[in-house]
Design a protein around this ligand. Structure first.
Ligand code: HEC
Ligand code: HEC
Ligand code: HEC
Ligand code: HEC
Ligand code: HEC
Length: 184
């Protein structure tokens, strides 16, 4: 008896609703909730939608390219332009090649039996950027790419000891060594 009364109640409310107010789904649900449990309220629906949106957003965020880490040469970062350039506003370099670099860094090539050719030429800038770079040690390209700018990759790969090797500096010193083949 009670149940049929309830159903009649629901039906009449629905009828009243649609006849009098032409109400939309949300209003109808609200009314129905008075009688039946489990009709999702607007608030209950929202988290599902918001959750999906959140998922999409984090997906988008991870798909976005990350800002690359930048490595700075300390005197550049500290605005000591004048230690390498005539003035902050002139691009003229105070001294050429390795003399410039060795005015602050120890001459690591001195007294070494084997000196890497570009180092002996003072061509530090073949591998290093004087200011900043997205690569460690302000290298112009990461290892091993920087090595392959001068050494043909196929030739290097053809040497058996190089099989599966990418971190060239695990075995070679990039500057100078007392061992053959710049081995450490
Ligand atoms: C450690 C030495 C050093 C310091 C410190 C330094 N520079 Fe340079 N800079 C160089 C060298 C070497 C070059 C030449 C690069 C080349 O020709 O590949 C250069 C080139 C430049 C150029 C030419 C364009 C370019 O980027 O290659 C500008 C502009 C410049 N430097 C501005 C500055 C300013 C501004 C500062 C200070 C905030 C500064 N530099 C600090 C060594 C330095
Ligand atoms: C005015 C002084 C000065 C001059 C000139 C200078 N450097 Fe430096 N350099 C520094 C200091 C300071 C550091 C940070 C401390 C350190 O690693 O010794 C540094 C660090 C470096 C590093 C290591 C960066 C890292 O991320 O670990 C490299 C590579 C380098 N310098 C290369 C050069 C080259 C190549 C030149 C010549 C174009 C040069 N430097 C000239 C002062 C100088
Ligand atoms: C053939 C490429 C190459 C050339 C040319 C080169 N470097 Fe480097 N340099 C490297 C690499 C690679 C590293 C990182 C070393 C490591 O991971 O063991 C490095 C590291 C450094 C460092 C920081 C670590 C250290 O050993 O103190 C300094 C300073 C530096 N180089 C200065 C110079 C100077 C000055 C010159 C020129 C005389 C020069 N480099 C020429 C490849 C080069
Ligand atoms: C700017 C050009 C240049 C770059 C960059 C360069 N090299 Fe070299 N390298 C040379 C030249 C030139 C020689 C001497 C001729 C030769 O043996 O091919 C040489 C020789 C060598 C040798 C043999 C040394 C010997 O005694 O026979 C080794 C090992 C070597 N490089 C390793 C490296 C590694 C590791 C890198 C990357 C960190 C690198 N090179 C990057 C130019 C370069
Ligand atoms: C596991 C240690 C190891 C690693 C890592 C390594 N090498 Fe070598 N490399 C050697 C040895 C050992 C030799 C000497 C081989 C020989 O003479 O047969 C050599 C020789 C060389 C030579 C001289 C070749 C010649 O004709 O004399 C060059 C250039 C060279 N390596 C470059 C590289 C480069 C570039 C990388 C990074 C891709 C690299 N190596 C990684 C051990 C290594």
């Amino acid at each position: 008896m009670r149940r049929s009364k309830k159903i009649t109640g629901i039906l009449s409310v629905l009828l009243l609703c649609s006849v009098l107010t032409g109400c939309n789904r949300q209003a109808r649900d609200k009314l129905l909730r008075v009688f039946i449990d489990g009709v999702p309220t607007e608030q209950e629906e929202k988290p599902v939608i918001a959750g999906e949106k959140e998922k999409k957003e984090t997906k988008m965020k991870t798909a976005l390219p990350q800002a690359p880490t930048q490595f700075f040469h300390q005197p550049f970062l500290e605005n000591q332009c004048g230690s390498c350039h005539d003035t902050k506003f002139s691009q003229k370099i105070v001294s050429q090649g390795k003399e410039l670099c060795f005015s602050c860094h120890d001459d690591f090539a001195k007294d070494k039996k084997v000196v890497h050719y570009p180092v002996s030429e003072g061509a530090c800038g073949d591998c290093h950027d004087p200011h900043q770079s997205p690569n460690k040690f302000i290298l112009k390209k990461p290892i091993p790419e920087i090595c392959f700018t001068c050494h043909a990759e196929e030739e290097i790969r053809a040497i058996p000891v190089h099989e599966g090797q990418n971190m060239c500096t695990d075995c070679h010193d990039a500057h100078a060594s007392n061992e053959e083949k710049l081995l450490k």
